[in-house]
Unconditional design. Structure first.
Length: 103
């Protein structure tokens, strides 16, 4: 068993792939802190698996057949090969912790 610290407090925010996205990543680790500004809508579909915990705001997860809203204090698991993309339809930033699953 090993221990790997995730010192997010000492890592600065960096720009994400989208203009309304920023992130904190600890190199070599599967966890990332994300912030999506109001109006964020990812144009790309993802099929990686994730464990998601929403810290602030409400995250909209767009799935093939529906949209699920995950509010602060709640989370979800997206199994690998579940097509999804994220959005923030709210008026405040959404902050979330995402751990990517292997496979």
């Amino acid at each position: 068993m090993s221990y790997n610290a995730l010192p997010f407090a000492s890592v600065g925010w960096t720009a994400g792939a989208h203009a309304l996205e920023k992130k904190k990543r600890v190199e070599g680790q599967p966890a990332v802190l994300l912030e999506f500004a109001p109006g964020f809508e990812d144009p790309h579909w993802c099929e990686r698996g994730h464990v998601i915990y929403v810290l602030d705001g409400a995250l909209d997860l767009v799935l093939d057949e529906r949209t699920e809203r995950v509010h602060a204090g709640n989370g979800c698991v997206l199994e690998p090969n579940t097509r999804h993309r994220a959005a923030n339809a709210g008026s405040i930033p959404v902050r979330l912790l995402v751990v990517s699953l292997p496979g």
